[in-house]
Design a protein around this ligand. Structure first.
Ligand code: CA
Length: 640
């Protein structure tokens, strides 16, 4: 029995439409306002705090004035996320509070059957028309015996050219709640927990725009994790840690996806349900598949001839895009880029161009630099990009999570839309509802992505384990531009062939071809820069290439057919009438796919099954009763 619990006074009980998820709003004996969560009457979160400290007043002890409730039913279409049509039903509760000075703040809650979210709305007070939020008290407690899957926040101004933090650290898996973070700065969103009674909780945030910073969770202190603001050192020390906004105004939503079924975590759309679109699309964006030379051929490939090879590869595969990575302004030059863009267009391919965000927050030499941070140069550049037929940009190496940096992301997106450009971010923060908010936003890295498989053998050794985390954590709350699906056995330009010095280079892929194909379904991003190379047209199994020509990157629906973070995942995605299923296994035990059960689950019949048999890719019309997938292996099924 938690002693504190017995001294709580309940102010209001909030329920999901089906009544299974309940949030109890309470006051503790110390006068703190907070909440607790239960699911089917089982405790999910004990008393956790609500409130904030403003620069002009303190909202940590609150008097409850009353509440309003209404039903929310929203339908929206969004082709860049897990499903193209979303029906969202929820109950909205607006709880009115004031503090002992008479300053007024609402705490708004919204509960769907598997998601709870809250935010603070602060009113003007006396002469105050703006607020600095000095501290957000929102906290997240878990019952004893709960486990966590967490990614630590990095130190700031460290790593490659002092570009961290960029959400690229290793996760700790199944750690006891309360285990300290690796760098002492807490954990980046999203954060996954499981209570002793088996309820999953994914904590994140959404609706973050230029009027707030990106937040994360602190280390566990006094029995809970709390909302933490960026570190002072981020962005080279420039910009404030405490966010500010105009009054009346609201903080971003803190989201909690709560379910005994891990599938609800993978299928949740809460990140997109809550925020509103911030501007209408300037044109009809068409995200899709892309090639990029940099992942396997690296910096040396940013020359005209190698780019032609990857434009030709895109054309051969039927991909609409080719991404030209760093240094192109120096090694190819703007005039030849115009020629390349025309050449690409003649082959039915359009270019994405790489930029460093640059400015005064890192030491990046990869060019172009100092354009995307400068509104005058940026607009001029974007006019040029549009004039030569470029369809998108990839902007890399941002300065962290401060409000100042979030404003830069938003400014780049807004200007890019004026010029009909889609935007991918790399070396960046987690997207927080941006798919809905900014119609030309098409993906972020914010994950230990494919480049690390090229850089480090260790990442290859644990590739399957890492991949089995993403559907339930990183990719559950937003697009993930991973840049994967390798068909090279050696992650290098020469593949298995000795180079001119007689050496075989590159880290060794541990996972099978079938595993790699499955990640094209398991990972979701509307633009996928696949890690294929021209040699794969000759040296990869032809059925693998056929699949990579066919697999979509835009999806109408998603079903998670099962999984466990870091161990296995079976993800079904629908495009039109076809279901594509990607199954991956990181566990020592074989993962058994019962074909009949899968067909029943999605209401369609298997027409193609790609899996590994005796080390090579096997293609069948799906007459098998079951497939058993060993460790580091995978399978792809197509059903109609
Ligand atoms: Ca990166």
């Amino acid at each position: 029995m938690n002693l504190l619990f017995s001294l709580l006074v309940s102010l209001a009980v909030l329920s999901s439409p089906d009544g299974r998820l309940n949030v109890n709003i309470e006051t503790s004996s110390e006068g703190f306002t907070g909440y607790s969560i239960s699911y089917d009457n089982a405790e999910v979160m004990p008393f956790s705090r609500l409130g904030l400290k403003a620069d002009f007043t303190d909202f940590s002890t609150l008097e409850f004035l009353g509440s309003e409730q209404k039903d929310v039913m929203v339908n929206y279409s969004l082709k860049t996320i897990k499903k193209s049509e979303v029906d969202y039903q929820a109950k909205r509760y607006i709880l009115h509070f004031q503090n002992n000075e008479g300053a007024k703040m609402d705490i708004e809650w919204q509960l769907s059957n598997t998601d709870a979210a809250f935010r603070y709305t602060v009113q003007r007070f006396k002469e105050r028309g703006s607020i600095r939020v000095m501290q957000e008290l929102s906290s997240f407690s878990f019952p004893k015996g709960s486990l966590s899957w967490l990614c630590p926040q990095s130190d700031a101004m460290v790593g490659w050219k002092r570009t961290k933090p960029s959400y690229e650290e290793f996760y700790s898996l199944e750690a006891k709640v309360g285990t300290g973070s690796e760098f002492g700065h807490g954990f980046t969103f999203p954060c996954l927990f499981r209570t002793g009674s088996g309820v999953w909780v994914l904590v994140s945030e959404t609706g973050v725009d230029g009027s707030y910073c990106g937040s994360h969770l602190s280390d566990y202190q006094d029995g809970s994790y709390s909302i933490a603001f960026p570190m002072m050192e981020e962005n080279n020390g420039n910009g404030t840690v405490e966010p500010a906004f105009a009054l009346p105004g609201s903080t971003p939503w803190r989201t909690l996806t709560v379910s005994p079924d891990i599938s609800s975590i993978a299928q949740s759309t809460i990140t997109f349900d809550l925020p509103e679109q911030k501007y209408p699309a300037n044109c009809d964006y068409a995200p899709g598949k892309s090639t990029w030379s940099w992942i396997l051929w690296q910096d040396a490939s940013i020359n005209y001839d190698d780019q032609v090879a990857f434009v030709d590869l895109a054309s051969e595969l039927g991909y609409p895009y080719c991404l030209v990575d760093a240094f192109w302004d120096k090694t190819i030059g703007r005039e030849r880029i115009e020629v390349l863009s025309s050449y690409a267009a003649s082959k039915g391919v359009n270019l994405f161009m790489w930029y460093s965000s640059s400015g005064w927050w890192n030491d990046i030499e990869q060019s172009p630099t100092d354009i995307m941070c400068d509104p005058i140069k940026r607009k001029k550049e974007m006019r040029w990009l549009r004039s030569i037929g470029v369809k998108g940009i990839k902007v890399d190496f941002f300065g962290g999570d401060k409000q100042e940096t979030i404003r830069l992301y938003e400014s780049i997106l807004s200007d890019a839309d004026d010029h009909g450009l889609m935007v991918i971010f790399h070396g960046c923060t987690l997207p927080r509802g941006w798919e809905k908010m900014y119609p030309n936003y098409v993906g972020s890295e914010a994950v230990r992505a494919s480049e690390n498989l090229v850089f480090n053998q260790y990442d290859c050794d644990i590739e399957a384990q890492s991949a089995c985390l993403h559907p339930f954590i990183r990719n559950a709350v937003g697009c993930m531009e991973f840049g994967g699906t390798f068909l090279n056995k050696r992650l290098s330009r020469s593949n298995e062939m000795p180079d001119s010095k007689g050496k075989v280079r590159g880290s060794i892929r541990r996972t099978s071809d079938a595993f790699q194909l499955a990640t094209a379904v398991v990972f979701q991003n509307p633009v996928q820069n696949f890690a294929l190379a021209p040699n794969n047209l000759e040296d990869a199994p032809s059925q693998a290439i056929s699949f990579m020509k066919e697999v979509p990157t835009l999806w109408d629906d998603v079903r998670c057919l099962g999984g466990y973070p870091g161990k296995w995942a079976v993800i079904a995605r629908r495009s039109g009438d076809k279901w594509y299923i990607g199954a991956i296994n990181a566990g020592n035990e074989g993962l058994t796919l019962e074909i009949k059960q899968i067909e029943k689950a999605v209401g369609a019949s298997v027409t193609t099954a790609l899996y590994t048999e005796k080390g090579s890719l096997k293609n069948s019309s799906g007459k098998e009763k079951r497939l058993v997938i060993p460790k580091d292996d995978g399978a792809v099924l197509i059903l109609e």
